[in-house]
Write a protein that binds this ligand. Structure first.
Ligand code: ADP
Length: 361
């Protein structure tokens, strides 16, 4: 018999909040329950102060649901309301969203469609933020086609102690990717709830340590899985990557709309493969009527963060596991990423929308 929301709620009624002495369903602490094909996702709402103390309750709740017949996976997250805000203040990004301990700001790098260089921009932006002196991690949430292990030239399996997984390290930043956990040639057919539960685990069950910025390389597109991710991760903002072609810009617009829908601020738009820089003569050709993203950004009220040329060195260094920002730091392309990183950091630091410092262990 397929498991239903009622089965899950019944199981959760056996879990008590020790402080208040009543069950977590009766106390209204369970939210965002979704059950699909045996995969269960839900949140336990708490306060920031109580967050760390409720970890045993979260685990007990997960266990209780896991034991139900027909349940294939369970992902429970603790979410905290921000502290009482002044009247009229904008809601913080952490409100009602999954918490990540020790991480200052989480930003998404997203694109409306695949192949526009989203992962390339994500890794170079992460390395540029590191070069600017910040502690940086990258979460490869592109579980359909994880590319960060290859881009960073990291091989091996993450070590765990049964509770937390250690992220991998490369070029001064930490990284977690489904690519470390499954063989590269394993075809993965993910359904929505599994995507969300994998992402939640990579966020929550990884010992990220103290980070200033965690860059999330999102799966391309604007489907349900992406929308749920944008909703569940406490994002301080999103960077949209687009190529100059009109078609990609239409997709970029969808990406923008998706983040706005779930109230995540757009940090800006990056035009990748903006123009062609000849590796031989250094000549520049406007192969795709470059500049479309700048115009589109203006039209949409989003900041234009900069343009990255189509250049052999970007592809070659990426394929070689030595992205251009670290391997050719003085190249114009690397400098363009550095400028972008400074701008993104300034926006984060200015608290365009303050990311909460969360202390759930
Ligand atoms: P996405 O994550 O959007 O699918 P990738 O980052 O994997 O895209 O990039 C797709 C391909 O394009 C890769 O081979 C990458 O090396 C190449 N690429 C991305 N940006 C550039 C660029 N600015 N110049 C040259 N090649 C690029």
């Amino acid at each position: 018999m397929p498991v239903t929301e009622n089965h899950v709620l019944d199981a959760l009624r056996t879990i008590r909040d020790p402080e208040r002495g009543r069950d977590i369903v009766g106390l209204g602490m369970v939210s965002g329950l979704a059950v699909k094909d045996g995969h269960v996702v839900f949140a336990i709402e708490t306060t920031r102060e109580r967050g760390p103390g409720l970890e045993p309750v979260r685990r007990a709740a997960e266990k209780a649901v896991e034991n139900l017949p027909g349940v294939l996976s369970v992902s429970a997250v603790l979410t905290a309301e921000r502290p009482a805000a002044k009247p009229g203040a904008a809601p913080g990004p952490g409100a009602g969203r999954a918490l990540v301990p020790g991480v200052g700001h989480i930003i998404a790098v997203a694109s409306g469609k695949g192949g526009v260089g989203k992962s390339t921009v994500a890794v170079n932006l992460a390395l540029a933020l590191h070069a600017e002196g910040h502690r940086v991690g990258i979460l490869d949430a592109d579980i359909y086609g994880p590319s960060q292990p290859r881009l960073l030239g990291i091989v091996g399996k993450p070590q765990g102690d049964g509770r937390k997984l250690q992220p991998m390290r490369g070029h001064g930043i930490v990284c977690m990717s489904m690519g470390f956990l499954v063989a590269e040639d394993t075809p993965m057919i993910w359904r929505g709830p599994m995507v969300i539960s994998a992402l939640n685990q990579m966020l929550r069950d990884v010992d990220w340590g103290e980070l200033d910025v965690l860059v999330v390389d999102m799966p391309p597109g604007t489907g349900d899985a992406q929308l749920t991710m944008a909703q569940q991760v406490p994002l301080a903002g999103a960077v949209i990557v687009s190529t100059p072609q009109d078609i990609a810009l239409i997709d970029a617009r969808k990406g923008l709309a998706m983040f706005r829908k779930v109230d995540v601020p757009i940090l800006g738009i990056v035009e990748n493969m903006s123009y062609f820089l000849c590796p031989h003569c250094g000549g520049r050709s406007e192969v795709f009527s470059h500049g479309g993203a700048r115009l589109e950004a203006e039209r949409l009220g989003a900041e234009f963060l900069g343009e990255i040329p189509l250049h052999m060195a970007i592809r070659e260094t990426s394929d070689g596991g030595r992205p251009i920002v670290m391997s050719q730091p003085e190249s114009p392309q690397a400098l363009a990423f550095r400028a972008m990183a400074r701008r993104v950091w300034d926006k984060l630091a200015a608290g365009q929308r303050q990311a909460p410092r969360i202390v759930v262990g």
